[in-house]
Design a protein around this ligand. Structure first.
Ligand code: IMP
Length: 197
């Protein structure tokens, strides 16, 4: 498979981000901008395995993506874990977002005092031989209303230390503290050490 890529001309190492989510891709591009790693987006949808463990889901997704695309790539899996709901929706975050959405989450929390939550992202790298995962987490609280801005759960999640949700913060502020940034920084450090230019 051939992908026309600007990274080739810029002489950057290039890997693929395989996903259906362009919101994630925009963030990943900004986060990795200074790392010397070029990222191309390849639209890829896989059936997620049923597992409570994000690492297992991400690794399996990376395996299926590599079989299809055949180039070094990363995929990711993210979950929102709400403490007073015993970690729900966690690994089911995608299904829950599609079904009850942000309003449903606010309803579930309507009589709860504890609104603390955690976003966790697992990045899985796969080049056919090497398979690695990198995790990043950000603690925060679920807001009491759906704010403007962002995508997914961004309008109801305010990271610790801020009274603004990810949605209100906008991409630059979000990525300065986000779960995705923390996972990607770990990936970039490992990748640049192991695959020097
Ligand atoms: P998945 O990793 O695409 O399966 O994400 C699970 C769910 O969490 C989906 O509904 C996403 O929209 C949502 N999600 C993933 N990352 C973020 C984020 O950074 N902000 C808000 N929602 C997110």
């Amino acid at each position: 498979m051939f992908y026309f890529s600007i990274w080739f001309f810029l002489k950057l190492r290039k890997i693929i981000f395989a996903s259906t989510n362009e919101g994630k891709y925009k963030e990943i591009l900004s986060i990795l901008r200074d790392s010397g790693i070029g990222i191309d987006f390849v639209r890829f949808k896989s059936t997620e395995i049923q597992s409570e463990i994000l690492e297992d889901v991400a690794l399996e997704k990376s395996k299926v993506a590599y079989e299809k695309i055949g180039q070094p790539l990363i995929v990711e899996d993210t979950g929102l874990f709400i403490n007073s709901l015993n970690g729900f929706p966690g690994p089911y975050s995608s299904y829950v977002f599609q079904t009850i959405g942000n309003m449903g989450i606010l309803d579930l929390l309507s009589n709860k005092k504890n609104r603390s939550a955690l976003f966790r992202t697992v990045i899985a790298y796969n080049d056919g031989n090497v398979k690695m995962t990198f995790t990043g987490e950000t603690k925060g609280v679920i807001s009491d209303r759906i704010t403007e801005g962002g995508w997914g759960y961004d309008p109801i999640f305010a990271p610790e230390g801020s009274s603004f949700t990810y949605g209100q913060q906008g991409i630059t502020n979000k990525i300065s503290v986000s779960h995705r940034t923390r996972a990607l920084n770990r990936f970039a450090e490992w990748y640049c050490k192991n695959y020097p230019k």
